[in-house]
Design a protein. Sequence first.
Length: 165
Amino acid sequence: MGWQMALLSTSYLDWSYSVYVALYFAFTSYIKQFVDDNILDQHIDLCKMHCLRDDFNKHKYCIYRLNKTLYDELKNQYPKLPLIVSDTDHKNERMESQQGLLSSIDSTKVNDNAKIQDSQIKILADWLQSNNPDDFLKQSGDKYSWNNETLLEKNNLQTIAKRSK
């Protein structure tokens, strides 16, 4: 089963089994930033509202899909993998209702050249490459594969809509 994620500014990434939950957080985060940057404390006239609507509609929404089954296989093969995916805490009502889990990086297991601003997938790819150069994550556009299966891919809203039909 694939996991969906909405990007947030944190060292933890929030994931959800539900594409609708992921889209909600991706959309509301963007909407809040858009309003804060373009509308709050500004005089708005009809012309500016039309321009803002056009700018807003140009934004491309995307979510990331993680193949949790493949991640589990990778983790079984490499127990010291720096990427940690924590399953839903069923005692946490918010996490339960969002069908969520968290991913993070164990900094004690990363390579010396890893930087704090690197994405989790980059840290994972670099770690795998340095620990076993013959076994690596293959990147093709917005998709990362391992053992000829997609581990992580970026999907835009149009792709998601086509899949749900």
